[in-house]
Design a protein around this ligand. Structure first.
Ligand SMILES: C[S@@+](CC[C@H](N)C(=O)[O-])C[C@H]1O[C@@H](n2cnc3c(N)ncnc32)[C@H](O)[C@@H]1O
Length: 271
């Protein structure tokens, strides 16, 4: 039933809407989102014995995690393929990498389910905050195909229940309800179990103490920093935003010190 519901949700119209969202938001994306270094440090440690490795970041967006990853992996990373289906996101990634003097990367304007890379060609694959946009069984199949034997797939995401517990899930009406694409851990475990030649090696939970201002939060929501906001009609969004502001004012004495916890999970999968 769950799988059926997801198929219905991701109709052609829905996918076009999300694609338009990413085209529109690409110039502002890196500024609107908060980037955490902890998953990068974890991945770097996991790959610490590797040398001259080739990897891919699937659904890399404007490159905020890809940049940190190549920097932390240093010389160990010989080549990173940056894969995304949004040309606009990729052009911002290219500018970012050039600005930072990084040239050991290749851009692949491609779908996560059909990546133009050879079978058994990569030492690692990462995906940050993107799997809820993919058709997971097909993405897992494709990641398994391009990965060499005994190499790693790292998936960083927030779970559906983690999304319900963040500042938006708690205080922004219908935010958690509209976000039907995220998974729970057991669903991910089940899909990995059923994927060809993949096995779940470990799971790492992350929790971040956040502090922000109501003004910044309002700017992020108006900028649709989460694609969830593009699922609201303008009218719904405006009325939810008003209730959000009221909730924040009622729940926090100081609107310049809004605090909450963000949670994420990192799955380490072996091919
Ligand atoms: C929420 S953004 C995350 C971007 C980046 N990983 C980050 O954390 O900043 C999701 C990205 O996945 C891309 N995406 C969505 N569906 C995709 C697909 N089927 N194939 C490839 N990329 C896709 C979008 O274009 C977008 O850039």
């Amino acid at each position: 039933m769950k799988e059926k519901e997801r198929c219905v949700t991701k109709s052609a119209n829905f996918l076009r809407k999300i694609e338009n969202h990413f085209t529109e938001i690409a110039p502002r994306y890196r500024k609107l989102r908060t980037t955490d270094i902890e998953p990068i440090l974890f991945i770097e440690r996991e790959l610490s014995t590797a040398d001259r490795i080739h990897g891919a970041d699937i659904g890399c967006g404007a490159g905020r995690y890809a940049l940190r990853l190549v920097k932390y992996l240093g010389k160990k990373c010989h080549l990173l393929y940056c894969v995304d289906k949004s040309g606009s996101m990729l052009s911002h990634l290219r500018n970012l990498f050039v600005e930072h003097g990084i040239n050991h990367f290749k851009i692949l304007h491609s779908d996560a389910h059909k990546i133009p890379l050879e079978t058994d060609s990569l030492d690692f694959v990462v995906s940050f905050n993107a799997i809820h946009h993919f058709d997971m069984p097909n993405f897992l199949k494709e990641a398994s195909r391009i990965l060499k034997n005994k190499s790693r797939l790292f998936i960083y995401t927030r779970l559906k229940s983690q999304n319900e517990r963040n500042v938006w899930g708690i205080h922004f009406p219908n935010f958690a309800k509209k976000e039907t694409r995220l998974y729970e851990l057991d669903e991910l475990e089940h899909m990995i179990e059923n994927a060809p030649n993949l096995s779940l090696k470990s799971i790492r939970f992350f929790e971040y103490e956040r502090i922000s201002t109501l003004a910044r939060l309002e700017k992020q929501a108006r900028g649709h920093h989460y694609s969830t906001f593009s699922l609201f009609s303008k009218k719904e969004f405006d009325s939810s935003l008003e209730v959000f502001k009221k909730n924040i004012m009622e729940n926090y004495g100081d609107v310049n010190k809004v605090t909450w916890k963000d949670q994420n999970v990192l799955l380490v999968i072996e091919s």
